[in-house]
Structures are given as structure tokens and as C-alpha cells.
Design a protein around this ligand. Structure first.
Ligand code: SF4
Length: 92
């Protein structure tokens, strides 16, 4: 995913250490929700990534609608984003 995008490292410097910068061509970080095999492959890469926490936080805070980020699918992130928004509202 990240390796195929134009990366602005001034905004997300953690991407320099991302495990997905170099992955085999058969690994997709934007699989369809039905492609469980591809989801498992992407999550396996994320599970070894040293910046998975930063990646997941960024994806939640910026409300990324697609792809595997921080080892989480869009559906999994939507749940986490709801919880995060509740915490933000309580804190304000
Ligand atoms: S957690 Fe996954 S998607 Fe995020 S930077 Fe790491 S390998 Fe890439």
C-alpha cells in the first residue's frame, strides 16, 4: 500500500520504517472485503511492522476508508474510530 503511493514523509515520518515499503507483488493492502486470503497476507506484514501503532492511529484519526492499516480492516477501524471519537468528546 504505502510503497505504491506518493509519500509525504514530513506529514507521516513513521512511514520510513514501514514493513510494507517492500513487499512481494502478491501482497495487496487494498483487498476486497471478500478476499480473506489477501487480508490475512496484509495483516501478517502489519504484525511484524515496527510502526503499526503509529499507522493505525493515523488511519483512525484521518478516517481512512479503505485498505489494511495497522493490521486492521476498514470495518475494524470504524469500531475503533467510534471509541476514539467518544474519548475525544469526553475529553473536550
Ligand atoms: S502497519 Fe501495515 S500498513 Fe501500516 S505501515 Fe506497517 S505494514 Fe504498512
Amino acid at each position: 500500500m504505502i510503497g505504491r503511493q506518493v509519500i509525504d514523509l514530513t506529514v507521516t515520518p513513521w512511514r520510513e520504517a514501514a514493513s510494507c515499503l517492500e513487499v512481494p507483488d502478491d501482497v495487496s493492502f487494498f483487498p476486497t472485503k471478500e478476499d480473506l486470503g489477501a487480508i490475512v497476507k496484509a495483516k501478517a506484514v502489519c504484525s511484524t511492522c515496527p510502526v503499526s501503532d503509529e499507522c493505525l492511529t493515523w488511519a483512525i484519526e484521518t478516517n481512512q476508508p479503505d485498505g489494511i492499516w495497522g493490521g486492521h480492516t476498514p470495518k475494524e477501524r470504524r469500531r475503533l474510530r467510534r471509541l476514539w471519537l467518544e474519548e475525544v468528546r469526553k475529553a473536550s
